[in-house]
Write a protein that binds this ligand. Structure first.
Ligand SMILES: *Cc1c(COP(=O)(O)O)cnc(C)c1O
Length: 224
């Protein structure tokens, strides 16, 4: 299958999942995860009209997108990987949505940089719903305090994001994230990847982050 066919198929599948869940397809955004993908595949995606992309490393994303950002209007880049405080300035320059806010000192650094260079951006909080030591995200118990910090510091948080543990059924994690979003009055939910996006849509996802199902396998050497 070509990239073009993959996009067509996935967009249709998202539409069908929305229909099944009695949801408006306009409310579910496809974030095409382009991390580590070669340039020609990204250009093929751009040709299909795709404008929303997800990347997990600031440095890689910068190399790949800094030239393209000027050529394609309406491009929106989502950071979906962990953010180190020393990369905050670069992340703000490149990204439109940062989905991985997960700790107090990162909030402080984001606010500090945004004061220097104001920019309209969206922020999601990543929640470590599976309580996995190796994964980013705030613990479920610590979410209210982190949201309070964001609120007091003036960081505009519009949603939550999670990556369920690979060895567990994702549905429970999606349901938990939805419950947390409702409790805190947050309208956006980034959940669901190539293997489970239909379940995520049924559970209320507003953003699905899909990589391999659109672009094919990532080059193995530096995939993570
Ligand atoms: C890589 C990645 C994805 C995409 O995963 P696929 O299984 O290739 O669709 C989604 N979300 C995050 C946070 C990722 O790092």
């Amino acid at each position: 299958m070509t990239i073009e066919e993959n996009f067509k198929e996935i967009r249709a599948a998202i539409g069908a999942a929305c229909k099944e869940a009695a949801r408006d397809p306009q409310d579910v955004q496809l974030v095409a995860v382009s991390k580590f993908q070669p340039r020609d595949r990204i250009e093929a995606a751009l040709v299909t009209g795709q404008r929303v992309f997800g990347e997990n490393r600031v440095q890689d994303a910068n190399e790949r997108w800094s030239g393209l950002k000027e050529s394609y209007s309406g491009l929106r880049l989502h950071l979906i990987g962990g953010l180190q405080t020393n990369k905050v300035r670069e992340a703000i320059r490149l990204f439109d949505v940062i989905e991985t806010v997960d700790r107090e000192n990162l909030v402080a650094e984001l606010v500090k940089e945004l004061k220097k260079t104001p920019k309209a951006m969206e922020f999601f909080i990543q929640v470590n719903t599976g309580d996995e030591a190796q994964k980013g995200g705030v613990a479920v118990d610590a979410l209210p305090a982190l949201l309070k910090t964001c609120h007091e510091a003036g960081l505009p948080v519009s949603g939550l994001m999670c990556i369920p543990p690979v060895d567990q059924p994702p549905g429970l994690h999606f349901a938990l994230l939805k419950k947390l979003a409702l409790r805190h009055n947050l309208p956006k939910l980034s959940m669901g990847m190539s293997g489970d996006y239909k379940k995520a849509i049924a559970a209320g996802a507003t953003h699905v982050r899909i990589g391999t199902a659109l672009f094919g396998e990532r080059p193995a050497a530096n995939s993570d």
